[in-house]
Structure formats: C-alpha cells, structure tokens
Design a protein around this ligand. Structure first.
Ligand SMILES: Nc1ncnc2c1ncn2[C@@H]1O[C@H](COP(=O)(O)OP(=O)(O)O)[C@@H](O)[C@H]1O
Ligand SMILES: [Mg+2]
Length: 314
C-alpha cells in the first residue's frame, strides 16, 4: 500500500478545455520523491519494476544497455530521450515483446525473464504501442473485448459448456462498456476502429489496456499525433490511473506534458540511462540538454514553463 496524501494536483493545462475543469486527480505519491537523489540507478522505496543489465543489440548497434533502473510503484514515470535513444526497444524488452541479449527484469520482485507478453497481462502489466494496434476491421467494442484476460472460448472446458462461456462474455462486455463510458467513447462503440482518428485510437488503446485491470501500464508516446483537446483528456486519464494506485511509465517528447504529469523522469540516450530525477531537476541537467542538442540539433527540447498551447510536435 502506498501512503495516501491529501495533496491534489490541479491541472496545469491552460485554457480549461471542455471537460478538464471538473477533473481533479489525487496524487497518492506526492512528495515521495523529494528526498530521492537524482542519480542514475538510484533505489526507489517500493519498486514495482526493476531492470538489471538489460542489453539488446541489432547487428553492431547497441540499442539498449541499461545497467540498473527501478520504477516506483504508484507513480508516473516518464521515459524521455532523443529519437533512436532506445526507448521503444526498452519497452519491448520490459514487456516481453522482445528478448534481451542479457540481463534481468523483475516485476513485483519476481523474475519475468522470458515470460511472454500475454502472460504478463495476467501478472498485472500491460503496454500500449507508439503506433496503435487497434484492429481496424473490428468495432471499438470488439477491440475492447479482445483486451480481456480469460477471454471465453480459449478454454476447452468452457467451449464444452456454452452457458459458462456466455456468462463470461457478458461480464466482459459489461466491463468494456463501462470503460468506454469512462473514456467518453460510448457513442463510438459500434464504429469500426479503422474509421477513427489517431487520437481516438489512442484513447481506445488506453481503455483496452485497462480491461485486464493492470497494476502497471506502459504507454509508448500516448500523446503523439493527438490534437490538443484530446491531449488534455488523455493526460487526465493518465493521472486518474495514478489516483487509482496504478503505476504508469510513459514515453513522451513534450517537456510540458512531462512536467505536468510525471513524478519522476528517466532519460535515455544511445541505449543508456544517462539521468534520473524529478521533472524540474531534469530540466536543469546538463547531460540531458547535451544529449538532446548533441545528437539532434533539429529536435526541440522545450523546457519552458509557459504552455506552448499544445503545439503539435513532430
Ligand atoms: N528491429 C530492429 N532492427 C534493427 N534496428 C532496430 C530495430 N529496432 C530498433 N532499432 C534501432 O535501435 C535504436 C533504438 O530504436 P528505438 O528503441 O525505436 O528508439 P526510440 O524509441 O527511443 O526512438 C535505433 O537506432 C533503431 O534504429
Ligand atoms: Mg520509440
């Protein structure tokens, strides 16, 4: 259990877009990181996920070489770094979508080395993709139902006993409809996912990830390609995950977003973790600024406090 605090994070979003004003999301880990030094590999009070010596090479390229990182339970951790830093590859390694050349990953203190992604969902971990994977020829509701664990029909016994199967299916559908409602997607239930905008697909993907009631949700660029109005809604949903006690790791480029919602920031460059710290300390970290400017002169790292009005980044 995390210690509850009464601190409520107000939305820092400018303009008070429709629907955002009434949302206040308690941060159960507010203040937790105040005394944790901003150092690479620093231990966390209660890590949900730990990676040790995780390495992945593609030919001669070292895509990921992470010595040690701990992800705090119940917090929102941002994973940032220039394009090609290895963020997506690291996500793939943590979530069983790719196998490391070496190293170990622990979820809740237990090894998940070699555990396939679909089994990790049953152990409390889900992820979304940088490029959404909603199945375009299925409806939104069907996409949601596919996200459920213990989906009916997979078990021989259940297949022999149709009443059991349909009871489970009813429950799954109810759960899917509840989540669609929470994400304001009810009106889209019967639409084919292929007809939705990129931003709506991102919402569906996040909603679908919750079908397994995960402890930890890993979001790869959840805000990419999403229009500003929908971005505020997505940010609210991410904060809500934390308010419910879930852990979140997300990849993001926009430092305004990172500052708004994350408790802790992990910075990757050229496969390695080069810095960790609170959002404010990271903005002043010379190694971080150098990593962005050094390898990607074309890439803007916006550390300003001013809102940039949700200016779409590439
Ligand atoms: N399947 C692959 N085969 C070869 N190289 C890859 C593959 N996946 C990623 N890479 C390379 O690994 C590096 C890290 O990529 P990636 O993890 O996608 O970075 P990021 O998500 O931080 O932008 C890049 O140089 C990329 O080209
Ligand atoms: Mg990526």
């Amino acid at each position: 259990m995390t210690d509850k605090s009464e601190i409520v994070l107000g939305s820092t979003a400018g303009g008070g877009g429709a629907g955002s004003a009434e949302m206040e999301h308690e941060n159960p880990v507010a203040g937790l990181f105040d005394d944790i030094p901003g150092e690479v590999s620093v231990p966390k009070p209660d890590p949900i996920l730990t990676a040790k010596g995780v390495r992945r090479t593609f030919g001669g390229l070292v895509a990921v070489d992470v010595d040690h990182v701990e992800i705090q339970r119940g917090a929102i951790t941002a994973l940032i770094g220039p394009n090609g830093a290895g963020k997506t590859t690291f996500f793939n390694l943590l979530t069983g979508f790719d196998a490391p050349d070496g190293g170990h990953v622990e979820l809740n203190g237990k090894s998940i080395d070699g555990v396939a992604s679909h089994k990790l969902a049953a152990r409390g971990m889900v992820r979304t993709f940088q490029l959404t994977k909603a199945l375009s020829k299925l409806t939104v509701l069907e996409n949601m139902m596919l996200g459920a664990k213990g989906q009916g029909g997979e078990s021989f016994l259940k297949a022999l006993v149709p009443p059991l199967w349909s009871k489970r299916e009813k429950e799954v559908e109810e759960q899917a409809r509840g989540l669609l409602d929470r994400f304001n997607l009810t009106h889209m239930s019967d639409e084919f996912a292929g007809t939705m905008s990129g931003g709506q697909r991102k919402l569906v993907e996040m909603a679908r990830a919750l079908m397994t009631d995960p402890e930890i949700v890993m979001l790869d660029e959840p805000m990419a390609g999403v229009n500003p109005a929908l971005t505020q809604s997505l940010l609210g949903h991410v904060k809500q995950l934390r308010a419910e006690g879930r852990s979140v790791i997300f990849v993001e480029h926009d430092m305004d977003v990172v500052r708004d919602i994350s408790d802790w920031v992990v910075v990757m460059a050229e496969g390695r973790i080069i810095a960790e710290g609170t959002p404010d300390s990271i903005a002043q970290n010379k190694a971080v600024v150098d990593a962005y400017l050094g390898s990607h002169h074309d890439e803007e790292l916006d550390f300003s406090d001013e809102s940039n009005d949700g200016k779409a980044d590439a």
